[in-house]
Design a protein around this ligand. Structure first.
Ligand SMILES: Nc1ncnc2c1ncn2[C@@H]1O[C@H](COP(=O)(O)OP(=O)(O)OP(=O)(O)O)[C@@H](O)[C@H]1O
Length: 228
């Protein structure tokens, strides 16, 4: 099966004088269209791993292969381009830009790449707004949206460049249980309809249990890797 991301022997050490060895020899492959969760205690290294997988942070040793390409010796610009074309990110606190509307926030990753609007992208943004159920709040700024609506905006934003991978760090971390369920269902339908590969960090065991694969991290190591 094709892997969209392979993590090869990753180690991460923070600090110069006082060294903290946060990730130890991690090897993981993520198949196209899979939906995996990463669980583990606070401080176990989950976010560090996700950031390295998404090339937002660099490993101390090892390699990340994205769609068959080694990222080890890529220049910053090439890496940024690959990331923008291939990976969508969803975070717990959205990182939406407060002075822009839902529609403008969704279009932001596209503008970063293309510097201008086009008819196609406006149509795609409108399709995405419908997909995530935000049509009626498309002109609202984040402060005038509910937590669930803000998270739907960040999911649509993650999809605008049609990524093959979505990496999500606690996407339902600050939402009530009903909204958590809705957001999970939305991510799952995107996964099923577009074959987008999802890797989601969660503290919510009910969400983890619904995913295809549960990877448990402890002290920077893979403790278990369960495929259902
Ligand atoms: N920039 C950094 N410099 C030094 N140490 C760091 C840095 N970032 C993270 N760490 C340390 O690395 C370890 C793993 O952190 P990480 O955020 O990856 O854990 P986590 O499992 O995502 O935790 P949480 O569930 O609380 O978000 C922690 O001990 C943390 O203190």
């Amino acid at each position: 099966m094709d892997n969209v991301i392979s993590i090869k022997n990753i180690n991460k050490v923070y600090g110069n004088e006082i060294k903290t060895h946060v990730l130890h020899d991690i090897n993981l492959d993520f198949a196209k269209g899979s939906f995996s969760s990463i669980i583990g205690q606070s401080g176990s290294g989950k976010s560090t791993l996700l950031n390295i997988m998404g090339t937002l942070d660099s490993p101390s040793s090892g390699d990340i292969i994205i769609n068959g390409k080694s990222t080890k010796n890529m220049s910053k610009n090439t890496l940024a381009e690959l990331r923008n074309d291939t990976i969508g990110f969803i975070f717990q606190f959205h990182h939406l830009l407060p002075e822009f509307t839902a529609l403008e926030n969704i279009l932001m990753p596209y503008y970063i790449k293309n510097h201008k609007k086009s008819k196609e992208i406006s149509e795609r943004a409108e399709e995405l707004l419908n997909l995530v159920g935000l049509w009626n709040v498309k002109n609202n700024k984040p402060m005038n949206m509910s937590g669930g609506q803000q998270q739907r905006t960040s999911i649509a934003r993650a999809l605008i460049n049609n990524p093959s991978i979505i990496l999500a760090d606690e996407p339902t971390g600050n939402l009530d249980s009903e909204t958590t369920e809705n957001i999970y269902e939305l991510m799952r339908s995107i996964n099923e309809n577009f074959k987008t590969t999802f890797v989601v960090i969660t503290h919510d065991n009910r969400i983890a249990q619904k995913t295809d694969r549960i990877i448990q991290i402890g002290d920077g190591k893979v403790l278990s890797d369960t495929l259902k």
